[in-house]
Design a protein around this ligand. Structure first.
Ligand code: ATP
Ligand code: MG
Length: 251
């Protein structure tokens, strides 16, 4: 479905990604985990063909049977990928009611009555007359996830889809994403800071550190055999209580 090789990218003189690569199959979920500023959002944007602010200087993408030389702007953008940005403000028109925006998408896709059960499953209320700013950030983000699922893309890219959600809602959202992705054979790539959540929902985990992909592999393998100090630190601190479980148990 998707294979990425040798992606390097710069913002001005700063190299933000260096020799990054991975493969992802149909219906599989890859979680990219790493610290703030590691280059996660940049990686997602470059896969989508967005060449600002980071400019790709090398790299090759194969998606759905088409090849793209990433350093050449003329090689085009991959089609069939839905994207939920890290900031929901980038996903809505602030001056239009949410119901109007949802219905526009339904019309565009020719699915007039579809999607109600996805809204329910994501724990969203009736859209009614609300404008984007009248919903919390987490609600807006969930609506963007619902819109992306309604599209039934070949691949779904989620940038920190659970950052504004409490743990119960986060699990509910990822369970629904997983259900639709498996039913429709959608490949999912998501960015998260939460390695424990990634391990629960992703088949593959990629750890990005300062622009380098320091480890990729099946989720269980990354947890049990971290390949470098940074990966080992992330694994050791994936639960807050991991550092000193005895003291918590004694409380
Ligand atoms: N608009 C920009 N102008 C200059 N540098 C930028 C810009 N956007 C990102 N960068 C730099 O690119 C690097 C990677 O940023 P990126 O947003 O991809 O990180 P991230 O892993 O998504 O972080 P976070 O977890 O905080 O979202 C960082 O060093 C950042 O300072
Ligand atoms: Mg980011």
């Amino acid at each position: 479905m998707l294979s990425l090789n040798g992606l390097s990218a710069c913002i001005g003189r700063q190299t933000v990604l260096e020799d990054v690569g991975f493969t992802l199959s149909n219906g599989q979920c890859l979680a990219v985990v790493g610290g703030s500023g590691a280059g996660k959002s940049t990686l997602l944007r470059l896969i989508l063909g967005l060449r600002k602010p980071a400019v790709p200087v090398a790299g090759h993408l194969c998606f759905d049977g088409h090849d793209y030389a990433l350093s050449k702007a003329s090689s085009g953008k991959p089609m069939g990928i839905a994207y939920v940005p890290q900031s929901p403000a980038h996903g809505f028109d602030p001056l239009r009611r949410l119901r109007w925006q949802w219905q526009q998408l339904q019309r565009l896709l020719g699915k007039h009555a579809a999607g109600g059960e996805v809204l329910d499953a994501l724990g969203l209320p009736v859209l009614a007359k609300a404008f984007p700013h009248e919903w919390s950030r987490g609600m807006q983000q969930r609506l963007l996830v619902a819109m992306a699922l309604l599209e039934q893309p070949k691949m779904l890219i989620l940038d920190e889809p659970t950052s504004a959600l409490d743990p119960l809602i986060a699990a509910q959202v990822l369970t629904e994403v997983q259900r639709v992705a498996q039913e429709c054979d959608i490949a999912v790539m998501m960015v998260t800071h939460d390695l424990a959540l990634a391990a629960q929902f992703a088949d593959q985990i990629a750890i990005l550190h300062q622009g380098h992909m320091v480890q990729t592999g099946p989720a269980q393998q990354v947890l049990t055999a971290p390949s470098c100090d940074y990966a080992a630190e992330l694994v050791a601190h994936r639960y807050w209580q991991q550092e000193n479980p005895e003291s918590l148990a004694a409380e």
